[in-house]
Design a protein around this ligand. Structure first.
Ligand SMILES: [Zn+2]
Ligand SMILES: [Zn+2]
Length: 369
């Protein structure tokens, strides 16, 4: 197999030939077709999540099951799958239907090794000299031609589903959509504002259009993205480089908004998002800020029944959320393919640079086979 290996903290991605374990009990080997690149991959390389290196990142993979281990009945070879969120399956939140908030989330996403099974704690990848390479980033490490994962985390998609598009449903796209559909849950006539319309925010815009909210405001600093937000369902846009976003949102709403979704992870914007909502309003925190970041809020106006709530991965179960979004996409009601630009795995560095400059909303890397 081949993979984009990060050799050390903050090191450059380099394509290497590696060996991967055969699937053991409960595991499945997936031939990866294409993998979305997420901001989290880049900040993890630079130390924001404690992933050990050398290691393989990538957590938005889609592909085809090629082999399964003993006792696996969730999938069979030939199944087309999205590599879903890792979770232990046994803790209180997992049993309660919220595996995104698995009590073992830290080791599940960035432990660098298997979470479950007889080989728990062991990485699945090796260099030709036999030295270990850390795997199982978000349970998958899918910036690679093959990924070994826990079979129960896989989400089987229909035969006709476009695998080269579906990887980002494992993280970014579901995160934005789930924040609206699971967490904000706008009611009829509600006013909703989305701060930051990259891949996550634009997914929130598309999801908001599927709800009875009637005012959907997109705030960003890139005019191109605001135009795209409008095409995808925003009723209003605010260019934050030109206007005071909070005042402009209040002007558009004729008062405060009911829901604010903060997708930037910029601390000043967190405050703005919280200030746009009023009595009984909800501010949903979605964007990842640097480790250790803190924010402050106005105390009195928070007492007014405001909810400040964080979300991970869109909440809920992968198979329900991803399965639903695949179907909505097929019906033309969730056109997330509009966000995607395709790259070869060997063009990973250009994909990162293009998305930093705001030229590409969601890069998807195609694996060499
Ligand atoms: Zn759990
Ligand atoms: Zn992600």
């Amino acid at each position: 197999m081949r993979a984009a290996v990060v050799p050390e903290l903050s090191g450059p991605f380099g394509i290497e030939e590696l060996e991967i374990d055969d699937p053991g009990p409960g595991e499945a080997l997936v031939k990866v077709i294409a993998t979305g690149l997420c901001h989290t991959d880049v900040i993890t390389r630079d130390g924001d999540l404690p992933m050990p290196f050398p290691g393989v990142l990538g957590h938005e993979g889609a592909g085809e099951v090629v082999a399964v281990g003993d006792g696996v009945d969730a999938v069979v070879p030939g199944d087309r799958v999205v590599l879903g969120w890792p979770s232990c399956g046994g803790c209180r939140n997992c049993r309660d239907g919220e595996p995104r908030y698995c009590a073992r989330i830290g080791e599940a996403v960035a432990g660098g090794a298997r979470l479950l099974g007889p080989r728990a704690g062991q990485p699945a990848l090796r260099r030709p000299d036999g030295s270990a390479v850390h795997s199982h980033f978000f349970g998958q490490s899918s910036l690679a031609t093959h990924a070994l994962t826990w079979a129960d985390w896989l989400v089987v998609v229909p035969e006709a589903a476009p695998l080269e598009l579906l990887g980002p449903l494992a993280c970014g796209i579901s995160t934005g959509a789930g924040a609206v559909l699971h967490t904000a849950r706008p009611g009829i006539g509600d006013k909703l504002v989305i701060f930051g319309v990259g891949a996550v925010g634009l997914s929130a815009v598309m999801a908001a259009r599927l709800t009875p909210a009637t005012t959907i405001i997109a705030v960003d600093r890139y005019p191109d993205r605001l135009r795209l937000a409008e095409e995808l369902g925003a009723t209003h846009t605010v260019d934050a480089t030109e206007r005071d976003a909070v005042a402009e949102v209040h002007r558009i709403c004729g008062g405060t908004a009911d829901h604010a979704l903060e997708c930037t992870g910029v601390i000043d914007v967190v405050r703005q998002a919280a200030d746009t909502v009023g009595l009984r309003g909800t501010c949903v925190l979605i964007g990842g800020a640097p480790a250790g970041a803190e924010f402050s809020l106005d105390h009195l106006s928070t007492l007014w029944g405001k909810r400040i709530v964080g979300t991970l991965g869109g909440s809920g179960r992968s198979e329900v959320l991803i399965g639903g979004l695949v179907e909505l996409h097929a019906q033309g009601r969730f056109p997330f393919d509009r966000l995607i630009r395709h790259y070869a795995l060997s063009d990973l560095d250009s994909a990162i640079a293009d998305s930093r400059r705001g030229e590409t909303v969601k890069p998807v890397l195609h694996m060499p086979h």
